[in-house]
Ligand binder design. Sequence first.
Ligand code: AMP
Length: 443
Amino acid sequence: MTFATLGLIEPLLRALETLGYQTPTPVQAQAIPAVLAGRDLMAAAQTGTGKTAGFAVPLLQLLTLEGPKVSANSVRSLILCPTRELAEQVHASVAQYAEHLPLTTYAVYGGVSINPQMMKLRKGVDVLVATPGRLIDLFRQNALKLNQLQTLVLDEADRMLDLGFSEELANIYRMLPKKRQTLLFSATFSDDIRLLAGQMLNDPLSIEVSPRNVAANTVKQWVVPVDKKRKAELFVHLMRKGKWKQVLVFAKTRNGVDALVDKLQGLGINADGIHGDKPQATRQRALDRFKASDVQILVATDVAARGLDIEDLPMVVNFDLPIVAEDYIHRIGRTGRAGNTGEAISLVCADEVNMLSAIEMLTRQTLARHMEQDFEPEHRVPDTDASGQVVKKPKKPKKPKTSGGGGKRNLGKWVESGEVAAEPSIKPVRKVPVFNTGPRKKK
Ligand code: AMP
């Protein structure tokens, strides 16, 4: 199959060719014809599957071939994203796909001045990529009208709910014209997402290109048990031992990010951090420098790193496990992309055993454990498996023998556990918007 056989117009084919896209990915093969046919879509696609082109390319074709010219302060397509970084990234892709089309594109998000955004919207924009909060601000300040809207895309819809945007989504829903095409993309298809889809979509086509909630199988995943207070030391040890070149590290909190970055920089390691407290420009700069390999270690919170597409990232380290198990899938989805292999290492302390168990249940696999010599934890991490069982009574750990210091170190012992299949039963707590408007009119 080629993009031409999917019925795409020449300017789009040219743009895709320039980008080196030769064959459509599975999500593109299914989404492109459906969107071109005007269908609403409910697509479960992991990040890294090519989903952005899956919705953006046909949407651009429809905007080129159908509908009136955009009016002042209006938009014809709206793509909602959970974070500023993702909005920037999606916009960059959309702009590349639209290179040879007579369409305008723009991205708006919070954390930066609203005035330039208001100015830019004056002439109208064909495709607007936006985070929910800033979109509502612009709408309330009359900088934006949605009566010309033809297509709405909810990208990473599960994440928008996780981040507490349910109220914003309900508000935006009230601002939308009834007659429109709606495309919902989500890495996971939880019951909450199905409920949201039931309210927002009209007779949607469901497509699911990867098994539900299964982490990318091109990523080698393993766990190193360690005491909480020794995590930073272990990280530096592993980094030096493995000669890691470019690593994305996830920490649970903003303070955790800052503390690790300070520690690494104090050791002369080229590290930077991104989290929600930092100004957008600083976050973007850190990200750009990391992508350009000017920064070796980027430490991030989940919010800041969501959806980032960094080519060929070989390694992701979970310095802390995520509180919401599904975030684990998103985190490790930063590596092993587009057919490459990657590694995802989690430094797990005894306090995190329930999170580890939840991740194993969700991904339906027991993660291999690797004890690192001289870092064996005093507080043992109880055994877990994919059935959700945690062996509650930990045996008293043997006191690790202290090495003489000068001896040769070996790689430690691998403990591989067999895979245990189990139905996932994790339910992250989410609020779902409640819409009290009537059913949508048929198109
Ligand atoms: P996404 O899942 O949309 O974030 O895309 C993941 C990566 O795959 C991005 O770097 C895209 O540029 C790339 N990509 C998307 N579609 C294709 C394709 N058909 N062929 C090659 N690369 C692609």
